[in-house]
Write a protein of this length. Sequence first.
Length: 398
Amino acid sequence: MEQNQKIIIIGGGVAAKEAAIAARKQDPSASIIILAKEQYLPYYRPFLTEYLTNDLNEKRFFLADKNFYHQHKINVYLNDPVVSIIPEQKKVITQSHHFFIYDRLILAMGSYNFIPFPHVLEKKGVFSIKTLDEAKEVKRFTNIAQKAIIIGGGLLGLEAAWALKRKGLDVTIVEQVDRILPLQLDATCSIYVEKMIISKGIHLQLGTSVQKILGESRVSGVKLSNGNILPCDLLLFSIGVRSNTTLVKNIGIDTHHGILVNEKMETSIPTIYAAGDVCEFQEKVTGTWPPALLQGKVAGTNAAGGMMLYTPPISSTMISAFETKIFSIGDIRQNNTDNEYQHLSFKDSKKNIYRQLYFLNDQLAGGILIGDIHYSTKLIKGLQTKISIHDAKILFDM
């Protein structure tokens, strides 16, 4: 690898930060630059909903401070999004007309929140939280809002609903699927969590979708596919993300749902890598934190001349809301009528504790922890070693 190679990283999230650190570790002499769209250093995006009710401690919220990047000789340019990539010249151009020449380029532009209604964000009171500035805007608006509707019953939707409820708003969650957290919980656990949500005074509209946003210049409510009309003065979309591939549409790079990469995080264009929500590996765009972190490490290492292969981590999620915590990992949506599948359950209604484990051919395949998640480390290790039902009963006090 050439001396003093130039590595450019486009993005401002965990994949970008981890790519920069990995590249620096691999090549101490490289010139490493992060070009970020936002005015902030890379931060922990899963905390954005928590920001609605708390002024977050910067040490906890930001992935690293200015000194960290300075010490690692990583130059970070903020608030100046890249608007053009010219692969044949190995050049990127920013909004302020600055251009940078690279030897290796890492794309880590992340994702954007999917909004099915064109121009609806132009209405006053309609929001989507993907950035810190958007979270700040929602937080300010909660001081005058009374009724909130959250479209989407996934992780961020539930956390946002709980945050707004704690701010004193009347909150309703609208979920197109007939149960909460359909990707993270099985039907039994969904019902358990739904009862918990309702007990906190939050309304649920399940198995229905929004047909129309009411109000002219400002939102006044929504019309649902089940015929219900719900009034609101704050509407928040949380129905999934899409890879932010606009920047690469016309440069000849292969894309599908995201930028296609191999296990080295290489794209179809030599010298260009991708990591995080913007990329697609083995027909999947994860949109979650752990894969983005690991993909960033792999991309940074390989871009700087090393050799590292990406192995997808076991899919896991954790939510903290409604005065409880929920941890889900592995394959938890098994067909329990199939003789090959078995499950173990433990429930303590007084303490709001629920544990459910899933087994395939007497090997642990996945699990759900509600209330008491201190077993999460054991659950991860149990999945890695594929423990039996007999051993799981002992290990998890079931």
